[in-house]
Design a protein around this ligand. Structure first.
Ligand SMILES: *Cc1c(COP(=O)(O)O)cnc(C)c1O
Length: 393
């Protein structure tokens, strides 16, 4: 099997697994308990808090563990809206956000908030001038993702943070794809709230975090126990949190090295596909791009058929968003960068990990070439197109 869907989730790395293993059958205490057996678990949670904070230049006291990225996005946006609604009820986000952000914003619209959805350019970069023009006296929150989960485009987060700061507006970023993969610093980037999730970074599923800047007073999302300084109730997911910490520590040590390796392999993949498969295009920004992300469209092809045939060859890939699969609508991200429906339907996302090899990429490109040709040979659209071409010639 060749796994090229690391934007959907990653495997748990060996070092992370080694770090969390004792917390199932040995160190299983509830970290909040009084006895010293529990103290060891709490100590491990605290260590993970430091490790995850260090990676983004935050203070450990500003990290709140959650159950993942979706919960964190919901918490950040709903709680910020609630806490600052006396100042205003206007929120700015972008059209290409993850559904955890978009659907939360739509929910808030039903609650009487107003949301402006900023457009992006053809590479998926947020239009900064449009963003600044959208700012109003009653704007209380800007929420723009650090990097897009489908096409991999990295946003100008530092510039957006500076704009938010200049206008005294809270800035949230969904950094689930960026955290641990590209450098992020909450002070340099003026980030007030940041979402991250462990399972996109070789940690187990079900552990996320919200960074909340010290002076930002947003309320609890889950009410109950006193965990996470009363802001996020619920017994700590000790193995998940410890794993998230270990993954953050590993990323701090190996981010640059992994990124360099992934970028080289990614660019090799992109180059081969564009050169060897006719009527293919790269989506997203060629340079401001997540190290492991390659995203293509192939004309005259259905993305779903492509995925099924790749699966038959043992290749795990995606059309883009896990949330859109099973629906017939093309991705909102591809429509936002200006692709017509018929092209957006033929999309393929291949996302690499630090362990992906050149052999795997070579095999995938060879299979892809054959599959694309086979699907086009069966496509009446392609047949019409070829006839037209011949007439022109
Ligand atoms: C995966 C993802 C999420 C959701 O995170 P979960 O931990 O799976 O809930 C949110 N935003 C982005 C950009 C993502 O890639």
């Amino acid at each position: 099997m060749i796994y090229l869907d690391n934007a959907a989730t990653t495997k748990v790395s060996e070092e992370v697994f080694a770090a969390i293993k004792p917390f199932f059958c040995e160190q299983y205490a509830n970290p909040s308990a009084i006895y010293s057996f529990a103290g060891k678990s709490m100590k491990a949670v605290d260590e993970a808090r430091h490790q995850t904070a260090d990676l983004i230049g935050a203070d450990a006291k500003e990290i709140y563990f959650t159950a993942g990225g979706s919960e964190t996005d919901n918490w950040a946006i709903k709680a910020a809206a609630e806490a600052y609604q006396n100042k205003g009820k206007h929120i700015i986000t972008s059209v290409i956000e993850h559904h955890a952000v978009l659907h939360t914003c739509q929910y808030l619209e039903k609650q009487g908030f107003e949301v402006t959805y900023i457009q992006v350019d053809e590479y998926g970069r947020v239009k900064l001038d449009e963003l600044e023009q959208a700012i109003r006296p009653d704007t209380i929150l800007i929420s723009i993702m650090a990097a897009n989960n489908e096409i991999g485009t990295i946003q100008p987060i530092q510039e957006i943070g500076a704009l938010a700061r200049k206008h005294g507006i809270l800035f949230h970023t969904d950094a689930v794809q960026a955290y641990g993969h590209i450098p992020m610093n909450v002070d340099e980037m003026n980030i007030d709230l940041l979402s991250a999730s462990g399972h996109k970074l070789y940690a187990p599923k079900g552990a996320g975090l919200l960074y909340i800047r010290k002076n930002v007073r947003i309320g609890a999302y889950l009410h109950g126990g006193a965990q996470e300084r009363g802001r996020r109730a619920g017994t700590h997911n000790t193995p998940g949190i410890v794993g998230f910490g270990a993954a953050a520590k590993a990323a701090a040590e190996k981010m640059a090295e992994n990124a360099e390796k992934e970028i080289a392999l990614r660019d090799y993949l992109i180059q081969r596909v564009l050169k060897e498969i006719p009527y293919s295009r790269l989506n997203g920004d060629a340079v401001n791009r997540l190290p492991g992300n390659a995203h293509f469209c192939f004309r005259f092809i259905e993305g779903e058929s492509l995925l099924i045939l790749l699966d038959q060859k043992g290749i795990c890939a995606s059309s883009g968003s896990a949330c859109t699969s099973g629906s017939l609508d093309p991705s909102h991200v591809l429509l936002a960068i200006g692709l017509p429906h018929e092209i957006a339907h033929g999309s393929l996302r291949l996302t690499l990990s630090a362990e992906t090899t050149k052999e795997e990429i070579d095999f995938t490109v060879e299979q892809l070439k054959e599959i694309v040709k086979k699907l086009r040979d069966m496509s009446p659209l392609y047949e019409d197109f070829v006839k037209q071409e011949q007439k022109v010639l």
